[in-house]
Design a protein around this ligand. Structure first.
Ligand SMILES: Nc1ncnc2c1ncn2[C@@H]1O[C@H](COP(=O)(O)OP(=O)(O)OP(=O)(O)O)[C@@H](O)[C@H]1O
Ligand SMILES: [Mg+2]
Length: 305
């Protein structure tokens, strides 16, 4: 579990983070969501210690990190795996050398142990046999997989991913999302993913933190996000067509359910026929203003006009 408290950060007098607090739970995929420029990456960097916050604290499983002694911070850093936006692989190294790199830096594993761990991690991300390939020879999705393998290789306890889907087609993006979620649950690690991708929210948003102009405006699960009253969050959600459609379907289903319930109540009170069984006539006799009669105003319970 990672806890952040009242994180502030400004650059040259311009406030970027304005008192962000939150708890990122273990075994869950926690998303930092927000529009471009709202401070998501800066917050992630403050959490992992790449940027020093002006104010506030970060705690990893109860151990204070920010401003703690160097050896304690290094101890925590050793447990952090990071997947950068551009995968940040070393172009001159093969896939297996890239994954082996943090093992050489951070562990005292023997060569054989490292080889075994590299093979295991590559297999885990579905890249068995790609050991000798160069980054230039593999696709963007494969690079992300190598990045994930490299991040988890030293048995990370905390996994940070900045925009893991950027530049990927929707299907590959979904596979990467699923892989990160699976790994998070399988190894029971604490994962924080920066994203502005609403597809990720739907697929893997165990916990979502919505950032807006440097503040956390909302937090909740992917199930709650459909029912929020926060205007800024709704605007963000509706900017995404897929979510707009999903919300529309959900609202239509809810309306239909309410109509069915309402009509069921009416039917049970004997005031109306149950709409699911047959048409409901709204008027029995032609109205003086509507000489064509009921046919023009007849509708079924489930149809919309
Ligand atoms: N090292 C820095 N020095 C000065 N300003 C910075 C620095 N890093 C980030 N910023 C500024 O902080 C603001 C937030 O940047 P950040 O990269 O966190 O946005 P973001 O939410 O990750 O956006 P995106 O979705 O585009 O990646 C931006 O205005 C950016 O210019
Ligand atoms: Mg960013």
């Amino acid at each position: 579990m990672i806890e952040i408290h009242n994180i502030h950060k400004a650059f040259n007098g311009k406030k970027v983070l304005d008192g962000v607090s939150g708890v990122f739970e273990t075994g869950k995929t926690n998303l930092l969501l927000g529009a471009s420029g709202t401070g998501k990456s800066v917050l992630l960097k403050c959490i992992v210690g790449l940027i020093k916050p002006d104010l506030g604290s970060v705690t990893f499983d109860g151990t204070y990190f920010t401003n703690n002694k160097l050896d304690i911070r290094q101890e925590i850093r050793r447990k952090i795996g990071m997947l950068f936006q551009g995968s940040a692989l070393f172009d001159s190294m093969t896939v297996e050398q890239n994954v082996e790199f943090p093992l050489k830096m951070l562990t005292d594993m023997t060569k054989e142990e490292r080889k075994e761990r590299v093979d295991f991690c590559l297999k885990r991300v579905g890249l068995e046999g790609a050991n000798k390939k160069m980054p230039s020879e593999i696709s963007g999705g494969m690079k992300k997989r190598v990045g994930i393998a490299r991040a988890i290789a030293p048995h990370c306890t905390y996994l940070f991913c900045d925009e893991p889907n950027s530049g990927l087609d929707p299907q590959t993006a979904l596979k990467i999302d699923e892989l990160i979620k699976e790994i998070t649950e399988e190894y029971n690690i604490t994962t924080i993913i920066v994203t502005h991708d609403m597809n990720s929210v739907i697929e893997i948003g165990d916990k979502i933190f919505f950032l807006y102009e440097g503040k956390k405006l909302w937090e909740g699960t992917r199930d709650d996000i459909m029912d929020t009253d926060i205007k800024e969050l709704n605007d963000f959600i509706f900017a995404n067509r897929l979510m707009r459609d999903a919300k529309k379907v959900e609202e239509e289903e809810r309306e239909e359910e309410e109509e069915r319930r309402y009509n069921g109540q009416l039917a049970s009170q004997g005031k109306e026929k149950a709409p699911s069984e047959e048409s409901v006539e709204t008027e029995k006799e032609p109205h003086p203003d509507n000489p064509e009669g009921p046919a023009a105003t007849t509708q079924t319970g489930n149809d919309k006009v």
